[in-house]
Design a protein around this ligand. Structure first.
Ligand code: ATP
Ligand code: ZN
Length: 302
């Protein structure tokens, strides 16, 4: 039976203790205005600016901690969340966690890889083969969708070495650059699942106090995510060139245009959501803009 957690009035977020997602997850939460007092064992960090605490764990534990109500939210790879979700579904257990937001870092994909020497002709070729993976539920689901009967060999680590050890014919593993596969004489032939880090939370609603804290955090997070690649562009220009400047700012929200005192000169302020490159600044300068200044935007509350 699922243990009933004691009522809590603080929000608890699980993040990876160490690994690829640990630092970016913490930095993202910090950019939402959270800060913590480190504990000596470094497993629990007490929230200082808001009643939002961190629990530092292995990424694989995060969906279960949410399902059991030990944690309210977690930052985890979509691959881990989907695998455990697919496993619950395959075992007729109700959905207990879901993706709340995608976070734009930790991107990778779950791919099928075969020995470099194979001439790949499609999934049907896998019939009767052994495929090593740490993602048995996602692999089984994909095989079923392809209508292929293959044997799933569950390995908890070093999946890519399995074909060389004779444990499997092919592998299904997380790939980002593909360098690890290449080092093991494997080549990716199919993408099963695109992944990145996500904020995970329960399917059921949180109670009032923690629900309100989560809503506050989401509002800040949305501001941070939205502004992540945005820049504030400030410059001046003669009024006459305004029509030739605006087309150079297609990704900007309606710019603020101010009259500079006593001159036929304007000061402009534009929030650009696309890349503000040197080339763009040079084009604006050629079109008559002066004193161009690019400022980072840390957050926004709409
Ligand atoms: P833990 O000790 O917490 O179990 P781990 O070894 O399972 O750590 P990491 O290797 O740190 O986990 O990967 C965490 C997540 O980072 C993955 O689940 C995945 O979502 C993402 N990721 C991004 N690129 C890669 C990659 N090239 N290989 C593996 N994971 C990647
Ligand atoms: Zn892990």
């Amino acid at each position: 039976m699922t243990p009933v957690p004691p009522a809590r009035d603080r929000l608890r977020i699980a993040i990876q203790k160490s690994g690829r997602l640990a630092d970016p997850a913490r930095a993202l939460l910090a950019s939402c205005g959270l800060s913590w007092r480190e504990s000596r064992d470094r497993l629990f960090c007490y929230g200082e600016t808001l009643p939002v605490d961190l629990l530092l764990v292995r990424d694989d534990d995060i969906p279960g901690l949410i399902a059991d109500g030990v944690c309210d939210l977690g930052v985890v790879g979509r691959n881990v969340l989907a695998e455990q979700g697919a496993d619950r579904a395959a075992n007729d257990r109700p959905a207990a966690f879901r993706e709340w937001r995608s976070l734009g870092f930790g991107s990778c994909r779950l791919a099928l890889a075969v020995p470099e020497g194979w001439a790949w002709q499609g999934p049907a070729q896998l019939a009767g083969m052994r495929i090593a993976t740490s993602y048995p539920a996602l692999l089984s689901r994909w095989l079923a969708e392809q209508g292929v009967a293959a044997e799933v060999v569950l390995l908890s680590g070093s999946v890519e070495i399995a074909p060389r050890l004779g444990q499997a014919d092919a592998v299904c593993d997380i790939v980002s650059s593909g360098a690890t596969l290449a080092a093991n004489q494997l080549k990716p032939v199919a993408t099963m699942f695109e992944s990145e880090a996500v904020l995970a939370g329960p399917v059921a609603e949180l109670d009032a106090v923690r629900g309100e804290l989560a809503a506050l955090l989401l509002r800040r997070l949305d501001g941070v995510l939205r502004m992540r690649h945005s820049k504030l562009l400030l410059f001046q220009a003669p009024r006459a060139v305004l029509p030739s400047l605006l087309p150079l700012l297609p990704d900007a929200e309606a710019p603020t245009v101010m009259q500079v005192d006593g001159a036929d000169e304007l000061a402009l302020q534009a929030l650009c959501h696309g890349a503000v490159t040197w080339q763009r600044l040079e084009e604006l300068k050629r079109a008559g803009a002066r004193g161009l200044m690019v400022l980072p935007v840390e957050g926004m509350l709409a």
